[in-house]
Design a protein around this ligand. Structure first.
Ligand SMILES: CC(C)(COP(=O)(O)OP(=O)(O)OC[C@H]1O[C@@H](n2cnc3c(N)ncnc32)[C@H](O)[C@@H]1OP(=O)(O)O)[C@@H](O)C(=O)NCCC(=O)NCCS
Length: 408
């Protein structure tokens, strides 16, 4: 059933009501004044949509401006979609659909070739062209710094930050290194306020925040605190955030965490799939993989710009047909050749595609998370010409697993 609803941008005077609506949709109470002072900074002016029925606010979605690193070294504007909710008595009536359409049109108008989000449920966003584009794993590592192999990279020095240094110092380090890996994004000051300052100043009595200094200065950091709740054993550290420019810095930060006294294990969620912890440890079983999670749901808003911006592996040309009923300007046949991409015609024109996918299917391969051959084999892509599959694998191949490491 659809009901008459109107979707429009909200003014700053309605953001708190929108946030309260979102909080209720995820079964949380409204923010108090101090909480709202912090959270309100995540809302960027002019980027919040509201859906109304008979004048009452019944749905909302916002986004903040970010940049996304794509394979090959470029980074492009991206809308980081968050705070999506529909009032429980108005769900399944097309309200999210209307919000998504308005938000995607807005991103296209702003010249943002991507939007991305973290999904509360995996089955919600595919219909709007979002595809799962980066994943992570939950690891629990036995805390014993001597477990790091002597030959493992040692890195430079690690120093702890005082409470009031944490946000300003780590914000700068993150900005310097975040876009080195495909899938990485930039964070706004509002994100730091909402995600880190809140934890450091309000929620956690004690936070370990460590910076790594390598040959070129500060190039990595970790934030951890005592793990709380039933999923954590006694004397466990929960690793909230660890970013590093390279493997020596990563190894040094893990060595530091595993060597903190009175800690028996360190657990990190959504760590990169290719973080080589088992190879750094003398006992690979000291690293238990407790699960895999989806991280980035990516919407390619401007397929021509996105395909043109990324780098490609050496491969013979591939003709890829992209279907996109939500953003029809993306539909067409793209020729990927000589490390570049161009649209060579419409889907029903004389140039026939060798492979075909939807916008969501393209997002799954775009950053390098999934190979075209896997996507063809599992029915996400189709292959009118199967000979093109290995060529597409070679073109889309990336040297590292894509990873973001920023939750919003
Ligand atoms: C998820 C949520 C925003 C969906 O809003 P909604 O207005 O009900 O969505 P729509 O009516 O536009 O749904 C569009 C389609 O998606 C389906 N859908 C939407 N949410 C779904 C869900 N959680 N599970 C399964 N299907 C879902 C609908 O059934 C509908 O399918 P149809 O087109 O085949 O009929 C809403 O249920 C909500 O606020 N949930 C709690 C908060 C939350 O999870 N927010 C998302 C944070 S990432």
């Amino acid at each position: 059933m659809t009901v008459a609803h109107v979707v429009e941008p909200l003014g700053s005077d309605e953001l708190r009501a929108a946030h309260t609506l979102f909080s209720a949709a995820i079964h949380r109470g409204p923010a108090d004044d101090a909480g709202w002072a912090r959270t309100s900074q995540l809302y960027s002016p002019g980027r919040t949509f509201g859906a109304r029925v008979d004048g009452a606010l019944v749905g909302t979605a916002t986004s903040f401006p970010s940049e996304l690193a794509v394979p090959g070294g470029a980074s492009l504007p991206m809308g980081a979609v968050t705070r999506v909710g529909v009032r429980a008595d108005h769900t399944r009536r097309g309200i999210l659909t209307a919000l998504m359409r308005a938000q995607l049109a807005d991103a296209a108008e702003r010249g943002e070739p991507f939007t991305s989000l973290r999904a509360s449920e995996a089955r919600i966003y595919g219909r709007f062209g979002y595809g799962l584009a980066t994943r992570g794993r939950t690891v629990r590592v036995r805390a014993d710094a001597t477990l790091l192999r002597p030959e493992a990279p040692r890195g430079g020095t690690v120093r702890l930050l005082a409470r009031d240094e944490i946000v300003p110092v780590l914000r700068d380090v993150h900005a310097r290194i975040a876009l080195r890996r495909p899938g990485g994004i930039t964070r706004t000051d509002g994100w730091w306020s909402m995600a880190v300052a809140r934890r450091v100043e309000v929620e956690r009595a004690h936070v370990l925040a460590a910076v790594h200094t390598g040959p070129d200065g500060d190039d990595g950091f970790a934030i951890a605190y005592r793990g709380e709740g039933p999923e954590f054993p006694e004397r466990a550290l929960e690793l909230f955030d660890l970013h590093a420019a390279d493997l020596p810095a990563t190894a040094a930060l893990w060595r530091f965490l595993l060597g903190v006294d009175l800690v028996e294990s360190v657990q990190g969620n959504l760590r990169p799939l290719d973080e080589p912890l088992e190879l750094l440890l003398s006992d690979p079983r000291a690293c238990a993989v407790r699960g895999h999670e989806d991280e980035t749901w990516l919407r390619i808003v401007d397929v021509p710009a996105a395909l043109a911006a990324r780098g490609y592996g050496a491969a013979e040309p591939v003709l890829l047909g992209v279907h996109d009923p939500v953003l029809e300007a993306n539909a067409g046949v793209y020729r990927i050749a000589d490390g570049a991409s161009e649209r060579v015609g419409p889907l029903d024109g004389p140039v026939r595609p060798e492979l075909e996918c939807t916008a969501a299917g393209l997002a799954m391969a775009y950053l390098g998370d999934r190979r075209p051959s896997e996507l063809v084999a599992t029915g996400w892509w189709s292959a009118p010409d199967p000979a093109a599959v290995p060529r597409a694998d070679a073109a889309f191949a990336t040297p590292a697993a894509p990873w973001c490491g920023t939750y919003f």
